[in-house]
Design a protein around this ligand. Structure first.
Ligand SMILES: [Zn+2]
Length: 252
């Protein structure tokens, strides 16, 4: 009996190690980590079908395993009467630069300094070169309006995700900041990360990327002063730093 349990334990641990290894052996180049890629021509990415898009008509891309996991999750949710659609997926450096600079130009005059302007934008938006959306591992589901998830349909969808997303490898990256003393962005009920890929990519990012790499857009001079990598890139929910147990131990 003890021997059998020991054997099963070894098999179990070996499988866990294999799962973990699968996710760290892919080496991503520095340009990938900074979002300096073209999703259309990069064959690591796949285009999202209209069936799973909340923005039909806008081309959106994810790394293939992220997309497959989302499709499985969305199909499972649908069986329980919950609709999950992607409203934002891979966003490269240029796309993030467009979002950031539009906000920068609209807000700069309202603040005394570059730092104050950046901090205001950083409540919900990343500096180009620091967004998890660059990696094709992270996506926004159904709405990016905080109020949407507070009641009715949105609340039901969020409850479903909080209960089930872990089984599919997804984690809500930006939880309530007060819960764990997390730094960085405000809570985002819509932003989910595919951990089997993003944990390894995050490790490669923090190993390879320096503050001096965060450059090439209006206000990039604030990246160092605001310690953007430690405070924002690393400011994620604790539970998003390891694979969910219900993902590891499910029947595949
Ligand atoms: Zn997002």
């Amino acid at each position: 009996m003890t021997k059998t349990l020991l054997f099963l334990g070894v098999v179990f641990l070996t499988q866990m190690t294999c799962v973990a290894q699968q996710n760290v052996i892919t080496i991503y180049e520095k340009n990938f980590l900074l979002g300096k890629i073209n999703y259309e021509s990069d064959n690591r990415f796949v285009k999202i079908s209209d069936v799973y898009s909340g923005k039909v008509g806008t081309a959106m891309y994810l790394l293939e395993p992220t997309y497959e996991a989302f499709v499985n999750m969305s199909n499972a949710a649908k069986k329980e009467g919950v609709s999950l659609k992607i409203v934002s997926a891979g966003r490269n450096f240029q796309m993030q630069k467009g979002i950031w600079e539009r906000k920068w130009n609209a807000r700069r005059a309202n603040f005394k300094s570059d730092e104050e302007t950046a901090l205001d934008i950083l409540k919900f938006s990343s500096m180009p070169g620091t967004s998890r959306h660059h990696w094709g591992t992270d996506l926004d589901i159904n709405s990016v309006d905080p109020a949407y998830f507070q009641s009715g349909k949105g609340k039901k969808e969020l409850e479903w995700l909080e209960l089930n997303a872990g089984k599919f490898g997804f984690c809500k990256t930006y939880n309530d900041k007060a819960l764990q003393g997390r730094t960085g962005y405000s809570e985002e009920d819509w932003h989910w990360s595919f951990l089997p890929l993003s944990i390894g990519i995050m490790k490669q990012y923090t190993d390879a990327i320096e503050l001096s790499d965060i450059t090439g857009f209006l206000g990039s001079n604030t990246a160092t002063k605001l310690n953007i990598i430690d405070v924002y890139v690393e400011g994620i929910a604790t539970e998003c730093t390891t694979l969910p147990l219900d993902y590891l131990f499910q029947d595949k």
